[in-house]
Design a protein around this ligand. Structure first.
Ligand SMILES: O=C(O)CCC(=O)C(=O)O
Length: 275
């Protein structure tokens, strides 16, 4: 039952096969497509509170939607996924049953697009640092594959056991999204790309990874889209930010006001605006 725990602690990641059925995936994929349509209609990057669409204007073509954040406020199927009891059961032995959520995000890679993610540790994004305690043991990132997640499609690549070193101080001067994996950055911190593994997922499989696991992903050279639905959970007592997800292992619905997560302007500029 808890095989994933041993693997996660030792390697810094784990994979749960077939967490969501093909039938469930059909409606999740439709919900993901709804969000994509909304982002295309905006045509450029847009924010409303924590909801955020990162969109590169398409010129004469369709705008390129790279990422959406916190669409679960208004998309019930995606909201149900993040609060699914199976999710709670998987997380409980790792981080407990009182959990907040920091990440609620979709990544799209269309065929041929530069949707690369540079080698990085997610710990660099857990800001402000003072709001997080015991990050190594209090935070788990999850990624649900919506499409076949293969090397050709630009799947995640993990460097097993790299989490054991904590914050490696990797060069974080550039953007992660849109930058290719530069293996020299791995070597600079004593790691090698030769140790990296491709994260092969079927639709409905869930990957879990540590905030200190070094990972990245390459371009989509396949003929299909690569959609990944990411939810990141943190032990509530170890974090001053985030939306509640589970209390005592039971789902917590959103409150009347959004919680402060990453967007520092939430209270001053929460209204809809283009960026
Ligand atoms: O979507 C991907 O391929 C990369 C995701 C990732 O690196 C992240 O969310 O930290």
């Amino acid at each position: 039952m808890h095989d994933h725990v041993t693997h996660y602690r030792r390697e810094g990641y784990a994979i749960i096969r077939g967490l969501f059925s093909a039938g469930e995936l059909e409606s999740i994929a439709a919900a993901v497509d709804q969000i994509h349509c909304e982002a295309v209609q905006h045509g450029r990057s847009f924010r409303h509170g924590n909801l955020f669409y990162r969109v590169a204007p398409g010129g004469a073509g369709e705008p390129l939607v790279q990422m959406a954040q916190w669409m679960s406020y208004h998309q019930p199927v995606l909201n149900a996924v993040r609060l699914d009891l199976r999710m709670a059961a998987i997380l409980e032995p790792l981080v407990g049953s009182d959990l907040k959520q920091i990440i609620n995000q979709i990544h799209w890679k269309v065929p041929g697009s530069n949707g690369d993610f540079a080698w990085h540790q997610d710990s660099r994004f857990r800001e402000p640092a003072w709001a997080y305690r015991n990050l190594a043991t209090s935070y788990v990132q999850t990624g649900l594959a919506i499409d076949p997640h293969t090397p050709e499609a630009g799947c995640l690549r993990f460097v097993p056991r790299s989490h054991l070193w904590g914050d490696l101080g990797m060069d974080c001067s550039g953007e992660v999204l849109g930058t290719g994996m530069n293996d020299a950055l791995l070597e600079a911190v004593g790691l090698t790309a030769a140790d990296a593994v491709d994260v092969l997922l079927e639709p409905g499989d869930l990957a879990l990874w540590s905030p200190y696991l070094v990972h990245g992903s390459g371009p989509n050279r396949s003929s299909h889209r690569r959609r990944l639905y990411i939810n990141g959970y943190v032990r509530a007592e170890d974090c001053d930010r985030g939306e509640w997800a589970f209390r005592g292992g039971m789902p917590v619905p959103f409150g009347p006001e959004p919680a402060l997560v990453h967007y520092e302007g939430l209270r001053e500029r929460g209204e809809p605006h283009y960026i």
